[in-house]
Design a protein around this ligand. Structure first.
Ligand code: TXA
Ligand code: MG
Length: 319
């Protein structure tokens, strides 16, 4: 790991360049959120369709009012106090300051305060909000190390290397409905149970789809490795030759697998979340692995976000 230099990275952001940086969830591909030309560079480098809005990252709650057309109400303040800095994105009505390209023309903007110290340093030193999607090519595996970023986006101006991301799955994206309910648009690092506990009088709805307003069908495939991935409903007697096996409790590795990866040395869901994308990258990179098998986890707590990613990652390979 090269010594990260947030001051140099911030100078690049101010100059309209793209910087990949660590957050507690995954690496982001950042640009000055108030510079539409710089933001256009994100869409080009990621090959991301223009209909998919970006999250705007800020360093403190005071940075938010200029970006929104509504004064954050009591429920937003409760969520902010409980989960920020951290893996939660709140969708609010945007102000004119936020360029349309950032929000893909939507009247709303997703905002989050990340907790990774290097992300916060970068935002503060840049002196502007930073628009950042995950630093991968659109539709492919999310990056949780600097090496993952360089593999997919060799053209990025700089990668700020902060080591592996501790949470490992993206932020939970939420929006308040007109009726005062809270809709979870994308499950993530903050669980539905935690949201319900923070807002006991608010109805919390878990969207079956994804956060994208358009073309949900297209996004049934997302986070995909470049090799066939199958979810194992039960462990077969024999694995096909060239199998990579991803398990989530110790002691389930198999002799007949070309490569084994256990995401959770002590069997905890937080470990599986933290190592999920790394496991998939390892299998993608290993030439002895021709197809990947992954065990499912129970869909409770972080398991909802984990299975959301696994299901989408396997979608294009379903038979
Ligand atoms: O953890 C994360 O959220 C990471 C790190 C880098 O912060 N970022 C990330 O960005 O995952 P991205 O672009 O890969 O995913 C952002 C998701 C997309 O599904 C997008 O549709 C949704 O957030 N989103 C952003 N703004 C939105 C808006 N105004 N309304 C609805 N959904 C929105
Ligand atoms: Mg992404």
């Amino acid at each position: 790991m090269i010594d990260p230099n947030p001051a140099e990275a911030a100078a690049l952001i101010r100059a309209g360049k793209l910087v990949a940086f660590p957050t507690e969830t995954v690496y982001g591909l950042g640009a000055n959120a108030l510079d539409p030309v710089a933001v256009a560079g994100i869409f080009a480098l990621k090959q991301r369709p223009a209909f998919d809005p970006l999250i705007v990252h800020v360093a403190s709650f005071q940075d938010i009012p200029p970006l929104t057309a509504e004064a954050p109400d009591g429920c937003v303040a409760v969520l902010a106090a409980r989960f920020w800095p951290g893996p939660l994105t709140i969708v609010l009505r945007k102000s004119h300051l936020v360029p349309d390209i950032v929000t893909a023309g939507l009247p709303t903007v997703g905002i989050r305060i990340p907790s990774h110290p290097l992300a916060l340093d970068l935002i503060r030193e840049s002196g502007c909000p930073i628009a950042a999607p995950s630093a991968n090519r659109f539709g492919w595996l999310s990056p949780t190390t600097a090496a993952h970023v360089r593999k997919q986006l060799p053209g990025v101006d700089m990668v700020l290397d902060g080591g592996p991301c501790p949470v490992g799955v993206e932020s939970t994206v939420v929006a308040f409905t007109g009726e005062g309910s809270l809709r979870v648009l994308r499950p993530g690092g903050v669980t539905v149970e935690q949201l319900r506990e923070a807002l006991p009088r608010t109805e919390v709805l878990l969207d079956a789809g994804h956060s994208l307003p358009a073309s949900p069908g297209l996004l049934e495939s997302h986070y995909a490795p470049a090799k066939p991935l199958h979810i194992l409903e039960s462990m077969p007697d024999r694995l096909p030759e060239g199998s990579g096996l991803i398990t989530h409790v110790p002691g389930r590795q198999r002799q007949d697998a070309a490569r084994n990866f256990c995401t959770a040395p002590s069997g905890r869901l937080v470990e599986t979340a933290a190592h999920l994308f790394t496991a998939l990258h390892v299998m993608e990179d290993d030439p002895s692995v021709r197809r990947i098998f992954i065990e499912p986890v129970a869909e409770v707590g972080l398991g909802v976000a984990i299975m959301d990613r696994v299901t989408r990652a396997a979608f294009r390979w379903r038979s």
